[in-house]
Ligand binder design. Structure first.
Ligand code: SF4
Ligand code: SF4
Length: 441
């Protein structure tokens, strides 16, 4: 794609980076076929190519964002299916991130929108605040129907629908400390405790620590780590996102100094995609660029790490039919497609994949709150495909997907690590039935 940026514009390293990305696009439109919002809404401006044109126009002309571009960029799920499809290697993720940051600094959203976003940025990245908000959600639940009728309150209705009716207690294993590996030492890793997942399902990280230590891996929960910053990054709040990234980089750098790390384990693929991008996000910060690149190189999804660990034979082979849902951030953001399915199959599960033309189930961070109607349409289609597999449990590797699919599916939805842990001697995951089983293939 030809671009017309001035030398002054290109002196801004963010603009220069976006210009490089724009020039790679050859307008072929292959990406439109796999874009869930284009396929659902049928508008070119809701396709990757359409959004690329809008971003190019806004940036070349040095214009502030307007209502049109905000509408179409807000509808983008950041599922990154377009990046997997693109034959020209267009880095849509970095382009849309730049556009979102530009929108955040140049566009004044309507008041209800500003309030909703400010509230999400204030609550979701902080486990204590998020826990308190979930407890308060019970008071608002009887008014969901009323809130849904008022467009400005639809995000509140969406939040209340997603909020679980009970919250598990905080996990003591999330506190800073070291969990020693059993037997011969096979590695030393840090684990991201994160934010929303540690409140909604603390057992995911507890299970991960338990399995890793049984396999001989020492697991460190470093002092000072927190939310990866993805939630605010996707809202264009760059300063807040970079502050989260710097805090985590510092925490993990200390852990590296204090005994080395083989990996930084992440159990939510949305967070993994962001942490693997820290090197890029902090590339212009001389104090952090090198440390951040090192952290990104060490970041591993738990299935990526386990797949490289040469696991022993499982203690039991459950034979349960599992529908594996590959989160967008897992398959497109991190290009992890094989490992979770191979680990489940090796552990004795029968893995089925839902038929899908478009992978996204419409969660994508805060998308299911801010774009609840599109999100619900994508989710319902995904759930129909999952249930058609005949599986008795759904496995996936992202808390956003777990919450979103569980809000509509009749099957239990669990993190992949819980099924693996079960096969390797841990407890059966809650809600998983042992009745519907087949002989392991
Ligand atoms: S990230 Fe997903 S929703 Fe956004 S343009 Fe690409 S394919 Fe479409
Ligand atoms: S597939 Fe890639 S090159 Fe083709 S229009 Fe989409 S982004 Fe541009």
């Amino acid at each position: 794609m030809q671009t017309n940026f001035s030398a002054t514009q290109l002196a801004d390293p963010h603009v220069a980076e976006s210009e490089k990305i724009l020039r790679k696009c050859v307008h072929c439109g292959f990406c439109t076929a796999t874009c869930p919002t284009y396929v659902t809404l049928g508008n070119e401006l809701d396709s990757p190519r359409g959004r690329i044109y809008l971003i190019k126009d806004m940036m070349e002309n040095g214009r502030p964002a307007d209502k049109e571009i905000v509408t179409h960029i807000d509808r983008c799920l950041s599922c990154l299916a377009c990046m997997t499809t693109c034959p020209s290697g267009v880095n849509y993720m970095h382009l849309v991130d730049h556009a979102r940051a530009h929108i955040e600094t140049t566009y004044r959203r309507p008041l209800p929108d500003r309030l909703t976003r400010a509230m999400l940025a204030f609550v979701l990245p902080y486990p204590g605040r998020f826990r308190a908000a979930l407890k308060l959600a019970g008071l608002g639940r009887p008014f969901i129907g009323l809130f849904e009728k008022l467009p400005v309150l639809r995000p509140v209705a969406a939040m209340l629908k997603l909020a679980p009716s009970s919250i598990p207690p905080a996990s003591p294993m999330a506190s800073p400390g070291t969990h020693a590996g059993q037997g011969a030492k096979r590695g030393r890793v840090a684990i991201l405790t994160g934010c929303a997942q540690s409140v909604l399902d603390p057992a995911i990280n507890e299970t991960t620590i338990s399995l890793l230590t049984r396999l001989g891996v020492e697991v460190v929960v470093p002092e000072g780590e927190g939310c990866c910053g993805a939630l605010v990054h996707h809202m264009g709040r760059e300063d807040q996102a970079l502050a989260s990234a710097r805090r985590n980089v510092d925490a993990w750098a200390r852990a590296i100094e204090q005994g080395g790390l083989d990996a930084i384990i992440i159990t939510a693929s949305g967070c993994g995609t962001t942490i693997k991008n820290y090197g890029f996000m902090l590339r212009l910060d001389p104090a952090y660029a090198e440390k951040a690149a090192r952290v990104s190189a060490l970041a591993k999804d738990i299935t990526e790490y386990l797949a490289a660990l040469d696991l022993p034979e499982p203690v039991r082979k459950p034979g349960t039919i599992v529908a594996y849902h590959s989160a967008c951030s897992m398959q497109h953001g991190q290009k992890i497609t094989r490992q979770p399915k191979e680990l489940l199959a090796k552990a004795g599960f029968v893995v089925r994949e839902p038929q899908q033309r478009w992978p996204s189930r419409g969660s994508a961070g805060t998308y299911n709150i801010l774009q609840s109607e599109i999100s619900a349409r994508l989710r319902d289609r995904k759930v129909r495909n999952i249930e058609a597999t005949g599986a008795s449990v759904v496995a996936t590797g992202n808390i956003g997907c777990i919450t979103q699919i569980a809000s509509a599916a009749r099957l239990p939805v669990v993190h992949t690590i819980k099924l693996l842990d079960w096969a390797y001697g841990g407890p059966k995951p809650e809600g998983v039935s042992e009745r519907k089983q087949v002989a392991a293939e």
